[in-house]
Ligand binder design. Structure first.
Ligand code: SF4
Length: 133
């Protein structure tokens, strides 16, 4: 069954969280499709969306004699709360957003604010570790 745009929207957050959950090692897209019970067509649509938003990167690699992609989080967020609040996951203009477009992560206020807040939380956590009570 082909997924509609709303279903793809719902899946985007789930796919992103799974990729982030695999940390620095990333995850082969075939493993991810299996884990989330996705067809390679729908999974690829979601992965390409996330890559367009600069949230993940896809690295082409040879696996068992076949070309595939491994998916990595572009930046690992501070914690899961931070991921849940990523503005791209619920952005109404996401489908029009690209590096070269009129909506772009380069000029986006919400994404900048999200990164600043995530960084503040990270710095706060570092301070707590350095100065235990
Ligand atoms: S406009 Fe901003 S929040 Fe929306 S998808 Fe693009 S970068 Fe993300």
């Amino acid at each position: 069954m082909k997924l509609n745009d709303a279903q793809i929207d719902d899946l985007t957050g789930k796919v992103f969280r799974t990729i982030v959950g695999n940390g620095k090692g990333g995850i082969l897209q075939s493993e991810l499709w299996k884990e989330l019970d996705l067809t390679s067509r729908d999974g690829s649509r979601v992965a390409i969306r996330l890559e367009k938003r600069s949230l993940i990167r896809r690295e082409k690699m040879l696996e068992n004699g076949r070309w595939t992609y491994k998916l990595f989080a572009a930046k690992l967020p501070v914690d899961t709360l931070s991921i849940e609040k990523a503005p791209c996951l619920t952005c109404p203009v996401e489908h029009m957003c690209s590096l070269e477009g009129s909506y772009s992560p380069i000029t986006c206020g919400p994404i900048e604010q999200w990164l600043v807040t995530s960084l503040e939380i990270l710095n706060q956590k570092k301070t707590e570790v350095e100065q235990p009570i």
